[in-house]
Each structure stands twice: as C-alpha cells, then as structure tokens.
Write a protein that binds this ligand. Sequence first.
Ligand code: BES
Ligand code: ZN
Length: 455
Amino acid sequence: MDTVTDFIHLNRDRYVDELKQYLAIPSVSALPEHAGDVRQCAEWTAAEMGRVGLENVRLVDTPGNPVVCGDWLHADGAPTILFYGHYDVQPVDPLDEWESPPFEATVREGEIYARGAADDKGQVFMHLKAVEACLRETGKLPVNIKFVLEGEEEIGSVNLDAFVREHKDELAADVVVISDSPMFDRGVPSICYGLRGLTYLQIDLRGSRSDLHSGSFGGAVANPAFVLAQVLGQMKDRGGRVKVPGFYDDVRPLRDEERAEFARLPFNERRYRNELGAPKLFGERGYTTLERLWGRPTFDVNGLLSGFTGDGAKTVIPAVAMAKVSMRLVPDQDPDRIADLFEAHLRKVTPRTVELSVTRMHGGKPWMTDFDNPFVQAAGRAIEQGFGRRPVFNREGGSIPVVATFQEVLGLPSVLFGVGLPDENAHAPNEKLDLGNFHNGIVASAALYGEIGAC
Ligand code: BES
Ligand code: ZN
C-alpha cells in the first residue's frame, strides 16, 4: 500500500491538471443544446478509463445518454465492487454569479471551482486515479471492480433502472461503492447510510385564453397567479407539516437511538444558519435540523412563473401560472404513491375557475442501509487511512435514485463515501471541491480497494 500512497503523493499536481480537462467539458444533461458535449464527455470518460488501465471499456447506448462501463476482473477469489458515479452536471445559471467561468476550472485557496467539481466528476476522477495508482505501482488491484458511470443522474436517472435490469448478470458484484455526496463537515469524514427519495411535478393553471387588461376584466375572472398561491398555501401548514392526506402514512419514524446519534454529531445551528444567510431556520415542528434534513419528508416549491415580472408596472391578469414542486421522501414512502396522493389533493383544492394540468417529472426511492455490514466497516478503516480520522455515520437529504435499484434488483448494499463538503455549492454558482479532500480521497479509495479485497 505504501508505494501506492507514495505514487499518489508524487502525482498530486498532475491529477489537478487532468481533472481540469475533465471539468472543461460542459456535460449538462438537462439542456438539449449540450447533447453533443454530454456525448463527448462520455467519450472522454471512456478514454480516461482506458488510460488508467481499466478493461472492456465501452459506451452502452440508452434511449438517453450513454452509460460508460469498464472493469478490471483479475483478483481471483476477491470480492467485486460495482462503482457507480455520474459524468453529467447541472446547468450553470445564474452565470453572472460565478467568480470564474464554470467550465474553466480555477484553483483558489486550495479549492477547485467548476461545475461538476464535487457533483460528481471530481469524485469519479478520484476513483479513476486510485485505480491508476494501484495498477501502475503493483500491476494489479486487490479487488475486482466494475465501473458504471451514467450521464443522466441530474435529470432523474430516467434510463438507468432499465439498464440495471437488462444488464443484471453483467453487473453482479458484492458491494456498490459511490462517491457522490458531501462529507459531514470539513475535517469530519463520513459514511452516509441513508438518502431521501424524490417525486417531482409541474403544475400549470390557466384562467383565460390570453392575458387580460386588469381594469377591464379584473374581478370577473380568477387570477391564476393568485389561485396558484392559494393552492400552494394549502400544501403545508404553518408548522411545516405537509397537508396532503396520507402523506405521512408510510413514513418510518426516527428511532430514539438514531435521534440521539444525530444529536451527538458536531453540528452548530447558528453557524449553519449564518452560512446559509437565512434570517431564521424553519422546518417541521418537533424535529431538529438534522432530523428534518435526513429523516423527515418535505414539500417544496422549486420554481414559480406567472405574469409580468419586468421593471416597472403593467396592469394585467396573467392567463397562466406555473409551479415546479417536489417532495423529498424518506423510507418507506413510495414516489409513485406520493405523486398520486399529491395529485388527488391538488385536484381537490384547485377551484373550477382555472384549468389545471399536472405533469409528473422524475422521481426516486429513498434508501437506507444497515451500517454494521463488513464493507461499511472496511470503508471506515480506509477513510481513516486517507483522512487520519475515523468517519462518522450520517444520512443525507439528497437523492441518488439508482441506489435503491441496486438494492432491489441486484440485492447489493451500497457504501457511500463522499468527499464533498456541505458548502461545496453543488447545483449552485461557484461549485467547488477541496483539493485536500480530493487528494486524501484518492488515498482512501485505493485503501478501500485493499480493505474490501480482504473482506
Ligand atoms: N450528488 C447528488 C446527490 C446528493 C446530494 C447526495 C446531497 C447527498 C447529499 C446528486 O447528484 C443529485 O443532485 N441528485 C438529485 C437527484 C434527482 C435529480 C432525482 C437530487 O438529489 O436532487
Ligand atoms: Zn447533483
């Protein structure tokens, strides 16, 4: 292991130069105009997989963006890791809030700034470099490994479930490893044992054929912007509880021991609030911030659009109003059932004065695992080797839809070992990855292969 670690230390600067090339490809899956870039990014990823010494590198086409696969399967008798990550990234808007261009990675004070730095190209790259270091220094890996890198995670992994089902035999493994989450805090590495699920919908209301003069028509027809506000207002009470009937039926209550463990984590509410710039924290009554984030479901409005929003004033009744809404889900809520319940409630509370249409977008199931399995323990030891500190165990509020699929279809546990940070600005301007964590993460990843190989 030591020569591998030495190799990693000696190559520190090269890794950053190469990562910059990876981050330069604008692989934004949500925007059709970037389809060519997404494809090019898949090809770059595949070429890099070949360069680091992975075999059987291939692009597997899907109805959407290709899945990039590759493997190294010569560790006879050792377990097999299925490594999952994604090469697609989120859109960059609002662009003018970036301090350096999102696709020209820039290092400032030990952090690399670019779209995808943390979510997830930087963390995928960390594993590719760990594979490279092991193969270059020792000619082999201590474990078998299969890479599955998708290009649609940021748009809900719409084609990945089918891919997993169709390639079930090819994907056979002993454990899934994923680095696509933040660690608990700077200097506090963590292993994540739970993710929330998601269901996402768009609501469109129409009140008239076209916009109307608010003097000539105001008072005679319903205003869809106002109706939308009223309707959304009926989704949650003032205590932050979702009012959709049946919404909480399948929520697994937080256990007392788990609540006690959350309370022992080094979490400072005031610092958290200050960093967010929020006047006051708010969430479901009766729960702490970490409980709300990790163990309780939410309803949120992700976007609103209606009427006149330019400078000045315009006396108009908008013809339409639109909202994008989503619900984060916890075990054992099911995204489809929740979407049904939500839609039924929405139809009930929306007055007949407007036309309502509901579009279901993507979703994903929540996931939680036992953390006393041997692979999680192995990851704990590996993280200690990379970061000089034992990890804490946490849950996360975000979603990685395929994790539940790996469990259901392949019967595999997942180890989520992420090296991002809570202030990494994922999905926001100035996304960044701490280069110390990136580097320690390469050491820890190489150590992880050794530790899992010995399981
Ligand atoms: N890396 C995140 C998932 C994540 C975020 C895990 C925060 C842990 C903490 C991933 O790239 C992501 O953004 N997922 C989407 C999934 C959605 C589009 C179905 C999410 O959570 O919004
Ligand atoms: Zn993301």
